[in-house]
Design a protein around this ligand. Structure first.
Ligand code: PLP
Length: 386
């Protein structure tokens, strides 16, 4: 067999404005180039404590059970569902949404019985739908996506949904993958039982470790299970041995990714979480306004938009894929097309973490104007901004 000859790694220079991964902060990249210590080294144990403290800060929680899961957002999602859902539990989800469908697949693998919400895939879940579902079925766990990366819609009423669930002794799992660190998330104030996220969105960190937080009440259910969760790797009662008091070996933590997350969270804390939310809101507002000047409209109804993920409608006669290619080839800008039911109907433009800067907004808008003109598109009347 010939020895493979592979050139030195030289990825192209991209402006990452898609649904994730987002542009990684240079400080985070530098942190990743620092020497490794072992996963049980007292110095690393100190780093673990710091990461947990910083995670509590961005999640706005005092939850003791707050840790980064080794793996991407889906691993954190599976940790949440696989530990909280026991065989036979009723799990209420919006199965016609992309992320609700993924949650449903995981809930079924955990032995749960999925109850589907009838809510339109392109709308947030209304309180009435959840109340009706509780009146009609036995539900133990409710799964909600806070920031829908496919539609660009924000779930505005998490605290109300949690209240209904708690009135029925049920638990709420919140997907904050596209909101944590960019859009207000209030785990304690909203009474969320389990929330999880990912590193590669508004925290501007490479994918690989994913934030998770579990309330004491949620953890009581997890520790009181009659059967073990099906995954050994993601079993929270075992992970406690490593991330809890004992600090004993469970698996070899991804050291470099943990360094990266620590630095990303440190940057968030330096900026201040509220100031960070305000920056995302301001920068995304300018982006939306710029699209309105180009005669383009947004997918989310007024008041439900998501600063971190801007879903722009593709105008009649424009080929969404050709625009995406033009942005990448001529400008090095990465944006994405729609997923699932919205394929061909929207572009998804991230405004996340380090990428949420005025400079990027100006660049993206100029590039879009050029890409649209190349398609023969001429802006009509200015669309109404959100
Ligand atoms: N949940 C939401 C809302 C997401 O947007 C994503 C990924 O984009 C995930 C879960 C899954 O995360 P990952 O791709 O990091 O596994």
């Amino acid at each position: 067999m010939d020895t493979p000859e592979v050139d030195e790694l030289q990825p192209p220079d991209r402006t990452m404005m898609g649904p994730g991964p987002s542009e990684v902060h240079p400080r985070v990249l530098r942190a990743m180039a620092t020497p490794l210590v072992g996963h049980l080294d007292p110095a690393f144990v100190e780093i673990m404590d710091e990461v947990q403290e910083l995670l509590r800060y961005v999640f706005r929680t005092d939850n003791q059970w707050t840790l980064p899961v080794s793996g991407t957002g889906s691993a954190a999602m599976e940790t949440a569902i696989g530990n909280l859902v026991e065989p036979g539990d009723g799990v209420l989800l919006r199965t016609n949404g992309y992320w609700g469908d993924r949650m449903a697949q995981m809930a079924e693998r955990a032995g749960g019985e999925v109850v589907s919400l009838p809510t339109d895939a392109n709308e947030p879940i209304p309180v009435a739908d959840v109340e009706r579902a509780f009146a009609e079925a036995d539900i133990d766990v409710v799964g909600v996506c806070h920031a829908d990366t496919t539609t660009g819609i924000r779930q505005p009423n998490v605290a109300e949904l949690t209240e209904i669930a708690h009135e029925h002794d049920a638990y709420v799992i919140l997907d904050c993958v596209t909101s944590l660190g960019g859009v207000p998330v209030e785990v304690d104030e909203w009474g969320v039982d389990v929330a999880y996220s990912a590193a590669q969105k508004c925290l501007s960190c490479p994918p690989g470790v994913s934030p998770l937080t579990v309330s004491d009440r949620g953890m009581e259910k997890v520790l009181g299970r009659e059967t073990d969760p099906r995954s050994w790797y993601l079993d929270l009662s075992l992970l406690e041995g490593y991330w809890g008091e004992e600090r004993a070996y469970h698996h070899t933590a991804p050291i470099t990714n943990t360094y990266a997350l620590r630095e990303a969270l440190r940057i968030a804390a330096e900026e201040g979480i509220e100031a960070r939310w305000a920056r995302h809101e301001r920068v995304a507002g300018d982006l939306v306004d710029g699209f309105a000047d180009l005669g383009l409209s947004m997918n989310p109804p007024a008041g439900l938009s998501l600063a971190s993920l801007n879903a722009v409608e593709v105008p009649e006669g424009v080929d969404d894929g050709a625009v995406i290619d033009h942005l990448r080839e001529e400008y090095g800008i990465i944006v994405a097309s729609g997923l699932g039911g919205l394929d061909g109907d929207i572009w998804r433009i991230g405004c996340m973490g380090y990428g949420a800067r005025e400079k990027n907004v100006t660049y993206v808008l100029e590039a879009f104007a050029d890409a649209l003109a190349a398609q023969g598109y001429a802006p009509a009347e200015r669309a109404t901004p959100l």
